[in-house]
Design a protein around this ligand. Structure first.
Ligand SMILES: Cc1ncc(COP(=O)(O)O)c(C=O)c1O
Length: 391
């Protein structure tokens, strides 16, 4: 294995970052030519672009007609925090987390909002917590696809239809790649920079009628900044959900999102997007099955992500190294691929176990992942040879 020749084929696009993710195939700045630049976002043209973005989102994701869809500030984080700050505290809260971003929402609720009735339901990287212990008569916050561990919920069967509490779901690395069961989700959030390869800065907040009811019947004890406020005089500000954004959006990013949604339609809508992500992840799953030196961080097949695929180095000699040396090995492997220009930004997230994280969302071409896998073997062989020399 130490003398693997340099592979002939290179991925045409080496961008495998987990966010911002690769632009859609064929994207050029020309796609933005019709952007309503230098115009008010409250003018007819600006409003129509914003409402087109909302309508296409509804159509492609299959969001029910009686759910509100809003474009909000501060990317996915803005959308999740806006929901938590506006709705939590009315009843007890179950915080469900199994990787860094879910943990971040726990910190928000425990240390910032300082809610007193909070239960933490957590699992280590690579695993899902026992979802049967969640009490859905309380409010529940969870992440559909844990971007930093590559572990997702397989479906929404664990959520009962007749719940009393609200479900707040961070779906940023799942939306447009996995089937979201909106009947089970009261708040769903995502950002444009993930599966559709859009831009950061804006978040999308989807509210069920029950979430709206909470907003209209509950006033939190803490102050709400203007960019979190969704009600006025106890009534939902409906305009937010028709494209009258709270503050000024980037019309360049809006145009880019519309371009991404139009591309999504051209590949068969949600079904087509899911199929692309599945085919991409399958390339890596097959590679892992054929190579004992590498393993999926997600322990259970049904929980394996088809977007943020997280891999660890399972080679016994590497696994026997001290944690720092294991991390250095993975970093060197990732650095080698970056230096070759065949894979950019594929290191594990900073707080996650050392290894690789390779994005497989719909904007990535399957042929690029197929071209990448021989390079993974090559880089591993190079690093392993270096390890032997050093010994
Ligand atoms: C699950 C999850 N939640 C939240 C975020 C933060 O998203 P943003 O930077 O768009 O606010 C990310 C970003 O990777 C994420 O993966």
């Amino acid at each position: 294995m130490t003398n693997l020749p340099t592979p002939d084929l290179r991925p045409a696009n080496p961008r495998f970052s987990s966010g911002p993710c690769a632009k859609r195939p064929g994207w050029t700045p020309e796609a933005l030519i019709d952007a309503a630049l230098g115009r008010s976002h409250r003018a007819k043209i600006g409003k129509s672009k914003l409402s087109q973005a909302i309508d296409l989102t509804r159509e492609i994701l299959g969001v029910p007609d009686d759910y509100r869809i809003g474009i909000v500030p501060a990317s996915d984080t803005g959308a999740v925090e806006m929901a938590m700050w506006s709705m939590l505290g009315a009843r007890g809260t179950d915080m469900v987390a199994w990787e860094s971003f879910g943990e971040g929402w726990v910190t928000d609720v425990v240390k910032q909002l300082k809610l007193d009735d909070v239960r933490k339901i957590t699992a280590p990287y690579g695993e899902l917590p026992d979802l049967s212990t969640i009490d859905f008569d309380r409010d529940v916050v969870f992440t559909w696809n844990g971007t930093t561990s590559g572990v997702r919920v397989p479906n929404a069967d664990f959520i009962p239809a007749g719940r009393q509490g609200l479900t707040i779901c961070d779906a940023t690395s799942a939306a447009f790649a996995q089937d979201l069961d909106f009947a089970k989700l009261d708040v769903t959030t995502f950002s444009w920079q993930k599966v559709l390869g859009g831009e950061g800065g804006h978040g999308v907040l989807i509210l069920s009628p029950r979430a709206v009811e909470r907003l209209e019947s509950y006033v939190p004890a803490w102050p709400l900044p203007k960019i979190f406020r969704m009600t006025k005089g106890g009534k939902l500000i409906e305009g937010i959900f028709k494209g009258e954004t709270i503050n000024t959006p980037s019309m360049l990013c809006v145009e880019d999102y519309i371009d991404a949604l139009t591309w999504a339609q051209s590949v068969g809508g949600l079904k087509g997007l899911i199929a692309r992500a599945d085919a991409n992840a399958d390339v890596l799953h097959r590679f892992v099955a054929e190579n004992a030196w590498i393993a999926n961080l997600a322990k259970v097949d049904a929980t394996r992500s088809n977007t943020s695929v997280c891999l660890v180095i399972a080679d016994p000699e590497v696994a026997a190294l001290a944690p720092d040396a294991q991390a250095a090995f993975a970093k060197a492997l990732v650095g080698r691929l970056d230096a070759e220009g065949v894979a950019l930004d594929i290191g594990a997230y900073r707080d996650a176990p050392a290894g690789l994280r390779i994005w497989c969302g719909a904007t990535v071409e399957t042929s690029d992942l197929e071209a990448l896998t021989p390079w993974l073997s090559w880089a591993f062989a190079q690093e392993k040879a270096g390890l032997k020399q050093a010994a």
